[in-house]
Design a protein around this ligand. Sequence first.
Ligand code: PBG
Length: 333
Amino acid sequence: MTTTPGGVGRIRPRRLRATPAMRRLVAQTRLSPAELVLPVFVHEGLDEPRPIAAMPGVVQHTRDSLRRAVAQAAEAGLGGVMLFAVPRVRDAVGSQATAPDGILNLAIADAVAEAGDALVVQTDLCLDEFTDHGHCGVLAADGSVDNDGTLVRYADMALAQAEAGAHLIGLSGMMDGQVGYVRDALDEAGRTDVALLAYAAKYASAFYGPFREAVESQLVGDRRTYQMDPANRREAALEVQLDVQEGADVVMVKPALAYLDVLADVAASSPVPVAAYQVSGEYAMLEAAAANGWIERRRAIFESVLSIRRAGADHVLTYHALELAGWLAEENR
Ligand code: PBG
């Protein structure tokens, strides 16, 4: 290779970094609102939205304020919203998850009525918000989480969510066989139209900490007997393969930032779209560091979501979705 006297080669990568216009031209990953999904919380019986201390800027919504948030999300061009609900009453089997007038099912109908043509109304299908023990499933006599007994509850929950109008049901409980069982139940009820998002590679993560406050989780202990071990990479391929075979329309990796290797693997091999969830603890870390002046807030938020897209996510669930959409609109003006 010919080199200049200083030893620099003919190939100078810095040429393509010289101006904002050049950098914009050659950017290999872009963000747009359509691939951002906003997770939202609604709390039964609230008069006013209630702040979540560990997630500054995020609230538990009333039914009315949830409708406004969904309208805003549609206005901003987001791809969707993901609904979580906190009931007033909990019991061992999570009865409120399947009650037609349970808060989650009411909120789904509200969201669909508000903006159901403009964005995808996604729902969390899991029992942890609804059980008095806080586990994602029902318990067996010995106190362990009963996989197959839970599937029966999930099928009922899916039917209730479909009835309420959900477009894309997010199976986040990590029970074996949950996607196939719920798909069969929906199909038998004639609801072949409702799509399934499988939280395929969901890890037992400390980064869900602030979410526990957001949904007032009753959990004592952890979810290590059903969520994946953070040590495992290859196992994610098995989970994705099973979920796709069982009929998942979209698969997800969660959390995002600490699992970009897993995300890249899944993105390289999945035949269906891949979502990633930038979870509550990721949000809290960004906000806490920014509040202390330790990182530049806007740049750090952008960079983290861009990295998740770069690793291969087709769409990203992030509590910053609305704000990001605002910034993207500003930049494209
Ligand atoms: C289960 C569920 C959880 C999250 C999304 N769905 C909690 C858990 O698995 O413990 C966490 C999301 C977040 O931390 O932002 N219903």
